[in-house]
Design a protein around this ligand. Structure first.
Ligand SMILES: [Fe+2]
Ligand SMILES: [Fe+2]
Length: 196
């Protein structure tokens, strides 16, 4: 981890930043819904992607309001936070949103999705979830934050002839599965796994 990028931010600030990024990702996928109207299957895929991002936004809003209502947690509590992922994702999104102002070809749109979904924003946010003390709530919020990317590989396979892109999509899926598995194992290892 690049320690020089770590800084102290309030949990509330981090949630707000993450919510903004989820919303902007949703907006990009929504633009693709409009742009790829000639392929119903693809259009449905982008709509599902956009709906997922809306769900992530909602999960973060839920956490925000839980924290605001928990007398044991101050919203203003500061935690160490490494913003490398956030900075990278924000600049990617700015560039892609500009690019999507004109029609984006299918291959390029799928490549953008792979770039964004590889950014690990969800991992950053899931790690942040240790501030939510109630494990049932934490579990729920975490589950909502994991993006199910099962259809991404299929779409890349169907709509592009690009083996490199397909490999990236498959790798992304593999990584996601491994992350979920190791998270489960960590949880199984007992309490205190998230202690700092
Ligand atoms: Fe997301
Ligand atoms: Fe996502």
């Amino acid at each position: 981890m690049m320690r020089h990028a770590a800084q102290r931010k309030t949990v509330h600030e981090i949630l707000r930043i993450a919510m903004d990024l989820e919303k902007r990702t949703m907006a990009l996928y929504t633009a693709f819904v409009a742009q790829h109207g000639e392929e119903p299957e693809l259009q449905k895929f982008w709509l599902t992607m956009a709906r997922h991002e809306a769900g992530h936004f909602g999960a973060l809003a839920l956490v925000e309001s839980m924290i605001a209502n928990d007398p044991n947690l101050e919203v203003g509590r500061k935690v160490w936070f490494d913003d490398v992922t956030i900075v990278r994702l924000r600049s990617l999104l700015s560039a892609y949103q500009r690019e999507a102002q004109s029609a984006v070809p299918v291959e390029r749109a799928l490549e953008m999705a792979i770039d964004l979904e590889s950014s690990e924003l969800e991992d950053v946010v899931v790690d942040l979830m240790h501030v939510v003390e109630d494990s049932v709530w934490r579990e729920q919020a975490t589950q909502f934050l994991i993006h199910d990317l099962g259809d991404l590989s299929y779409m890349v396979e169907k709509f592009t002839r690009d083996p490199k892109l397909l490999r990236r999509a498959d790798d992304l899926l593999d990584r996601r599965v491994k992350t979920v598995r190791s998270r489960k194992e960590r949880r199984g290892a007992g309490k205190g796994a998230h202690a700092h």
